[in-house]
Design a binder for this molecule. Structure first.
Ligand code: MTE
Length: 309
């Protein structure tokens, strides 16, 4: 990620959290739609998503919506943190088709609205840690990646899952610059993809995703650095070997395939020992696997932790 000085961030936790806690009322009143549009969520705007309540509570306050939808990395819309909110309105998140292919018994193409109906949606409030040493707490709405994999029935040869973002420079003007070898690509090992924490998110704060956060569907792996969370996915493929991933292709010594949060392994240009939670003043210590070690550490036993960045 190209590092620039962070713009002035203002904290308005009180208002946003208040709105979040009153979200049912808020949704009924239709105010959410207005708020999302004001945040540049695109022409379609945000729509409420029916979902079950959060089953994995964490004792940390969700980051205000204005920051989650206003401070983003989405190079398809520019490399500054405020570019995606300003420019992602050109992305048409509907109609949208996701292709599932490769080494599986049930490949197919599915329209996003059918995909959303196919699996029960749940809220998952996750701690998110960006490789640039800032973090947020995001109330995602989505379904486990494992549910989709289960339906696709990967064959025994499928050892990895590869993901691809839309390539369409008309909708994604940042793709006219070759900062990245487009389309943006990511991948997971099969056991990581099957981990119950891995989520395909279709919403946040109870509504469809703002375009700038990866509408209509993006990956969320909270034990990994944010770059693994590929946005606006159009293809999910089952493959036999480790897939090429965008940041690893660009700077292999800085961004590994695994991208697991590890406070003990510095980025070549800065420390990963602490982070700045967006909206907070004091830095906090970064936790191994971003605090999700209990759920994920066993997958990496026997591997050299220094290779897991
Ligand atoms: N996905 C695509 N297609 N393009 C991107 O530039 N940036 C990644 C990831 N997914 C990126 C992407 C990075 S570096 C981060 S930190 C997260 O998205 C940021 O997600 P957020 O903006 O929703 O917080």
């Amino acid at each position: 990620m190209l590092i620039r000085s962070a713009p002035d961030l203002k904290d308005c936790d009180v208002t946003d959290e208040g709105l979040y806690l009153r979200r049912r009322e808020f949704i009924t009143a239709g105010t959410a739609l207005g708020a999302a549009l004001a945040l540049g969520a695109g022409e379609a705007g945000a729509a409420p998503l029916a979902h079950s309540p959060n089953k994995m509570p964490i004792d940390e306050k969700p980051t205000p919506l204005k920051d989650i939808a206003g401070y983003n990395n989405f190079y398809e819309f520019g490399t500054n943190k405020d570019d995606p909110a300003a420019h992602a309105g050109t992305l048409r998140a509907r109609p949208w088709t996701v292709t599932v292919d490769g080494l599986c018994k049930k490949p197919g193409r599915i329209a996003i609205d059918d995909l959303v109906k196919r699996f029960p949606l749940e809220e998952r409030i996750y701690r998110m840690r960006c490789v640039e040493a800032w973090s947020m707490v995001i109330p995602w709405v989505g379904f486990p990646l494992a549910s989709l994999i289960g339906q696709a029935e990967p064959t025994g040869q499928a050892r990895y899952v590869a993901f691809e973002t839309l390539y369409d420079p008309q909708q994604m003007p940042g793709q006219r610059d070759r900062v990245i070898d487009w389309p943006y690509r990511e991948g997971l090992r099969m056991d990581e993809a099957m981990n119950p924490l891995a989520l395909l998110a279709v919403g946040l704060y109870g509504e469809t995703l703002p375009n700038q956060d990866g509408a209509p569907i993006r990956l969320v792996t909270p034990w990994k650095y944010g770059f693994k969370g590929i946005k606006s996915i159009v293809r999910i493929s089952f493959v036999a070997s480790p897939p090429k991933t965008s940041w690893n292709l660009l700077a292999p010594n800085e961004y590994g395939f695994y991208g697991n949060v590890n406070p003990e392994v510095d980025h070549p240009r800065w420390s990963q020992a602490s982070e700045r939670r967006i909206g907070e003043f004091f830095r906090r210590k970064t936790l191994p696997f971003n605090g999700y070690g209990e759920q994920v550490a066993a997958m990496y036993r026997g591997m050299d932790p220094a290779k897991l960045f």
